[in-house]
Ligand binder design. Sequence first.
Ligand SMILES: Nc1nc2c(c(=O)[nH]1)N[C@H]1C(S)=C(S)[C@@H](COP(=O)(O)OP(=O)(O)OC[C@H]3O[C@@H](n4cnc5c(=O)[nH]c(N)nc54)[C@H](O)[C@@H]3O)O[C@H]1N2
Ligand SMILES: Nc1nc2c(c(=O)[nH]1)N[C@H]1C(S)=C(S)[C@@H](COP(=O)(O)OP(=O)(O)OC[C@H]3O[C@@H](n4cnc5c(=O)[nH]c(N)nc54)[C@H](O)[C@@H]3O)O[C@H]1N2
Ligand SMILES: [Mo]
Length: 822
Amino acid sequence: MKQSRRQFLKNMSAMAATFAMPNFLIAKSAVAKQENLTEWKISGSHWGAIRAKVINGRVEEIRPFEYDQYPTEMIKGIKGLIYSEARIRYPMVRLDWLKNREKSDKTHRGDNRFVRVTWDEALDLFYQELERIQQNYGPWALHTGNVGWRSTGQFHSCGNHMIRAIGMHGRSVSTAGDYSTGAGQTIMPYVLGSTEVYSQGTSWEIILKESENIIFWASDPVKNLQVGWNCETHEAYKYLEQLKQKVEKNAINVISVDPVKTKTQNYLGCKHQYINPQTDVPFMLAIAYVLYTEKLYDEKFIKVYTVGFEKFIPYLLGKTEDKVAKTPEWAEKICGISAQKISEFARMLAGKRTQLIFGWAIQRQQHGEQPYWMGAVLAAMLGQIGLAGGGISYAHHYSSIGVPESGAAMPGAFPLNVDEGQTPKYDNHNYNGYSAIIPVARASDSLLHAGETINFNGQKIVYAPYKMAIFTGCNQWHRHSERNKMKKAFQKLETIVSINYSWTATCRFSDIVLPACTPFERNDIDAYGSYSNRGVIAMQKLIDPLYDSRSDFEIFKELCRRFGKEKEYCRNMDEMEWVEKLYEDCRKENEGKFAMPSFQKFWQIGYVLFPEGKPWVRHADFRDDPELHALGTPSGFIEIYSNKIASFNYENCKGHPMWFEKSERSHGGPKSEQFKFWLQSVHPDKRLHSQLCESKELRDTYSIQDREPLFINPDDAKQLGIAHGDLVRVYNDRGQAIVGAHLSDDYPTGVVRLQEGAWYSPLDEKIGSIDTYGDPNTMTLDIGSSDLAQAVSANTCLVNIEKFNGNAPKPNGFTGPIEVKI
Ligand SMILES: Nc1nc2c(c(=O)[nH]1)N[C@H]1C(S)=C(S)[C@@H](COP(=O)(O)OP(=O)(O)OC[C@H]3O[C@@H](n4cnc5c(=O)[nH]c(N)nc54)[C@H](O)[C@@H]3O)O[C@H]1N2
Ligand SMILES: Nc1nc2c(c(=O)[nH]1)N[C@H]1C(S)=C(S)[C@@H](COP(=O)(O)OP(=O)(O)OC[C@H]3O[C@@H](n4cnc5c(=O)[nH]c(N)nc54)[C@H](O)[C@@H]3O)O[C@H]1N2
Ligand SMILES: [Mo]
C-alpha cells in the first residue's frame, strides 16, 4: 500500500476493465469475461456497491462492483425491490381519515382501505395537519424521531430531509438511543468511557497475528457483515477467510459462545460453546469466580487501570445480601454449562492471549446492560485490554469494523438541522411539561402511559401524549416490539404520515402515505466503507422514478413551499448541484493528503478509492499511559463499580454488574412451564431488517409456502409432529403468527429462530388477529431493558409452537393497499 496516489488510481482503472463474476459471499470473486463498463451504471447500497445494466429504461441486471471481493447475495433482491408488487404507486389517504380527519375511527386503522389522491392534495393535507398540531397543541404533540435504516446516499438520506423540513415549520418530540445498541451504548460510557459499539476496533490483521484465543460471544460476523451503515465494502471477509485457514491449521483457538451454531461457526469450522439463552452473566460471573479464587487474574492490571474491584468481589463471593457465591456449580444450573467446563473455560482464557468479541443481540434483552458490563470486567481481570490481539471488542460484526481507516475524509450529508440564525415558522419551545425526547424503544409506552414519568439514564422522562407521528426511512411495524400493544397505542394517534417506496405494515397503519422513489431512481454520492473510509461511490440514477413516486428531497421541498421555506430548505440548489457540492467539499478536505479527480471525472468513472490505513490496537494508548490517555469514564479508569450508576438507585441496574432473573426465560426459567421455546429474533441472513423482504425473487430462496421460516431443532419438531416445510402456528399471550417449519441441527432443543424484519401481515386490523407471514415482533415483549437504558428487550421472549391444521389464510402483506374509489 506504499504506492503513490496516482499509481494507485492507475492500477485501479486498469483492473476496472474486467468484470468480476463472483460466487457469492466468502467465495472470492473470480475475474471472468471482459465487458464494456460504459453500458453499466454504478450505485451504492447497504449491501455493497453495484453495477447495473439498464436497457430501455428497465434495470435488467445487477452485479457487484468490480472491487467487491466478497459480495452478498442480497443484491439479487434489488431488482425485486424496484419492481415489487408492494411499490407505493400513488399518494394514498386512509378512507375514514379522509372523511373525518383527526376524528376518524382509529379502530379501523390497519384495515388497509385507502383512497388515491393527487400530490397536491396529499401535501396540502400533510401541511394542514402540521399547522393544526402546532396551533392547537404545540411541539409536544408531534413525534418526528422515526428514522431508521434509510437507504445509503449522503444527499438523499431521507431522515435528514424530514427532520430539516419539519424543523423549519416547528419543534417536535424526538428520540434518544437506537434499537441496535440501546443498552450497550448507554452502559459502556460509564464503564470504558465510550459507547464501544460504534468505535473502531483492533485491526483484524493484528488479531490474526497475535491472538491465541478468539471468543465470538453472541457474534455472527459472517452473517452480519453483509451489510453496512454506509455503502459496504465487505473487506473484513478477507480476514475471516484467513482466520478460517488458521482454524484449519489449529493456529488459533476460536470458540463461538452462542445457543445456536452460527453461520460464522459453520464457516470457520471452529468450536462451539453452547449456552442457555439469556444466561451469559451467570457464566461470566462463574468464570470471574474461578479467575479470582485460582488467582488467575491480573492483579496489577486491576490496580493500575480499574476502580471498584473491591466492591464487586463481595458480590462474587456471596458476601452481600443475596449470600450466593457465584461458583461454577451455581452457574451450571442456570447457563447449562457444566461446572467443570466453566472452570476449564476460565483457565483457557487466562492462559493465552485472548480477544473477546461480543455481538449485540445479548444486549437486546431485559437487563441487556449487564452482559456488556460483565464482559468488560472479565476482560479487565484477564488484563489484556490495550494489548495487540487481547482485550474486548463490541463490534467486529458491524460495518467492517477492524478494517483500518484510510484517514481520508468522506463526503458530508444534506444538513439535518435548520441553518444557523434561522428559526422555524412556529418558534415555540413550550413542551407543556413533557419531555422533548422519548427513549426510542418506549414509543408505544409514551402513548399508552402519557403523562407518566419514567427513569432514563439518570434523568426523568415525562411521556408526551403526542398526537401526530411522521415515519420515514424506518419501518416502525417491523422494528418495534409487540404488535397488539402497538395497535392499542396507535389508536391514540390522530394523524400518521408515512413516506416510503414500499407499502410496509407501517404504511398500512398510517393515514397519509407518500410514495418516495427508491435510491436507484435518483442521483447521489455514497461513502464507501463506514469505518474504513475506502472511497467515494457515485450513485447514478438507473431509471426515472416509477409510477407517481418522487425523491424525499422533492417531497419535502414541496411541503416547505407551502409555508414559504422551500428556498431556505434546499439552499436554492437542485439534486445535481448538491451532489457536486458534497463531492467538492470532500475533495477540498482531502487536499494535500488524498488527490481526487474533478467532479465530472469522478461521475464518469463512478468511484474514487483510497488506500487502506495502518493497523491499530484499541485502547493501546490508555494502556501506555492511563493518565495522559484517561478513558471518558468519571474516574478516567475502567469502572468495575460505578458510583454514578449506583447513585441513580435503580432496582434493575446497580453499581456493579449482576445477575438479574428475566421476566421470561427458557430452560427452567420463569414462564418456561407455560411456554416451551425461547424465540430469538436475530438479524436476517438474506435481508436488511425488513428491506428486501418485498423482493419475491429473493424471498422465494428462503421462505416456506411463502411464509417466514421458523428454524427449529428436528427432535423438537418430531415431538410436535412437525415436518420440514409444514406450516406451524407460533404464539404466546401477546400474539400469533403462521410460519413455515425449517428443521435444522444448528438449533438446540428449546430454541427457535424467526428473523427480524419479516413483514407483518395481520389477517385484519383487530387486536389479536393472526399474522399471516411471520413477524417475530408479533410475539416479542415491549419492556425497557432497565431504568438505565430503557432499550429494547426483544430477545426476552418465550413462545409455543403447534402444527397449523386447516386452511391457512394467504399471506397478505406484500400486495399494497386496497384502493377504494369515492
Ligand atoms: N425482534 C427484533 N426486532 C428488532 C431487532 C431485533 O434484533 N429483533 N433489531 C432492531 C434493530 S437493531 C434495528 S436497527 C431496527 C431496524 O428497523 P428499521 O430501520 O425500521 O428497519 P428497515 O427495515 O431497514 O426499515 C427501513 C425502511 O426505510 C425505507 N426506506 C429505505 N430507503 C428509503 C428512502 O430513501 N426514503 C424513504 N422515505 N424510505 C426509505 C425502507 O423501505 C424500509 O421500510 O429493527 C429493530 N427491531
Ligand atoms: N445480514 C444482516 N446483517 C446485519 C443486519 C441485517 O439486518 N442483516 N443488521 C445490522 C444491524 S442494524 C445490526 S444492529 C447488527 C445486529 O448485530 P447482532 O445483534 O450482533 O446480531 P444478531 O444476528 O441479532 O445476533 C447475533 C448472535 O447473538 C446470538 N444470541 C442471541 N441471544 C443470545 C444470548 O442470550 N446469549 C448468547 N451467547 N448469544 C445470543 C444469536 O444466536 C446470534 O448468533 O447487524 C447488522 N448486520
Ligand atoms: Mo440495528
